[in-house]
Design a protein around this ligand. Sequence first.
Ligand SMILES: Cc1cc2nc3c(=O)[nH]c(=O)nc-3n(C[C@H](O)[C@H](O)[C@H](O)COP(=O)(O)OP(=O)(O)OC[C@H]3O[C@@H](n4cnc5c(N)ncnc54)[C@H](O)[C@@H]3O)c2cc1C
Length: 397
Amino acid sequence: MRTVTVVGASLSGLYTARELRAQGFDGRLVIVGDEPHRPYDRPPLSKDFLTGRADEDDLALTDPEETGRLDAEWLLGVRARGLDPRSRTVLLDDGRTVSTDGVVIATGAAARRLPGDGLAGVHTLRTLDDARALRAELTRGPRQVVVIGGGFIGAETASSCAALGHHVTVVEAAPLPLVPQLGAEMAAVCAALHRRGGVDLVTGTGVAGLHGTVAVTGVELADGRVLAADVVIVGIGATPSTAWLAGSTLALHDGVLCDDGCVTALPQVVAVGDVARVGGNRAEHWTSATEQPRVAVANLLAGRTLEAVRSVPYFWSDQYGARIQFAGRRRDGDTVRVTEGELADGAPGESGFLARYERDGHTVAVLSVDHPRPFTRARRELERAQSEGKRAQPAAS
Ligand SMILES: Cc1cc2nc3c(=O)[nH]c(=O)nc-3n(C[C@H](O)[C@H](O)[C@H](O)COP(=O)(O)OP(=O)(O)OC[C@H]3O[C@@H](n4cnc5c(N)ncnc54)[C@H](O)[C@@H]3O)c2cc1C
């Protein structure tokens, strides 16, 4: 393979470039990114960057010394608009084409939007430019902030806005936030965190529309109520960035369909990170985006799937001074038990807690709030059990 093109100057794109060099690829390496920036870390955008505890320099994922060693051609600020497998080219928005033997799709996901969200004061939070704009807005004195969506990004952003002294309301269409991710019992814990952080949580009603002519003035709920707002943050999830692959012959369905080794139907094309549906699962987690590249590169360089991604899904979230960590795969019907620490009236105690999700008498997932050491042990158990092809044993009651 003489040329490999990584599309997406992203977290997973950078990790893939590192792996290509580490695994001996010494050909031409091209990295295409539509943002003007070198890869940066997104998790702090809703946390320390928004509150001003981290700056842009703290977000950088690479430095000139490393980029020198990677010896890649960086094509930044230009969007890939097509992939033609017959001519083996990546087509760019500015009319250029890149001839390539291998392609890594690392285009991540883009924030979902609401109709009418072009009003001043309405924000999404996915990119550094989004975060800069929101941060600037939040420094202009006390604001009435409405966060639409109680998922992780919504909750973290609400927490940061509250920490900055703004009045914050979170609107969530479901009866509780984060039920798909955590299940109803543990979602109640997140609702308690909002309350503890002094944030109003409005659940069970969607958003009918935004009020305002030039700038947003309010959020109209499906039940007719109108919440006054001068800042609105739309946190209603993200859509995998696959539009540019229409016509490429690749199977696209909520992501780029890959086997469990990140290989698409075309053996010279692999996908990693938020955009990749690997073995039927798509994760929007930092850890998946950093673990998949090693396997994807091994398979890409081999020209076939030699290895599968075997890791146990993991993510964390920081909100209202609490660290939430989750590992494994839960589903409705699992039994949830707090096995360490304390959960009193749905709120975590001072020293946090660890909960296990159990199915057929085995632990299939673990969640902790401010209980990092027991969590790490339980996560390792899950990983060990998975690598031995069995499930982790339940903890003694
Ligand atoms: C605000 C925020 C907070 C987060 N916090 C956490 C957390 O606490 N814990 C956790 O586990 N995860 C967190 N995540 C998720 C984590 O950051 C993502 O899983 C990770 O960034 C995914 O990396 P990626 O490489 O797949 O893609 P991305 O980071 O989405 O990058 C993809 C890049 O590709 C570019 N691109 C898209 N289309 C094209 C195209 N056609 N041509 C060229 N370039 C293109 C995009 O503009 C982008 O620069 C957070 C995400 C956000 C946004």
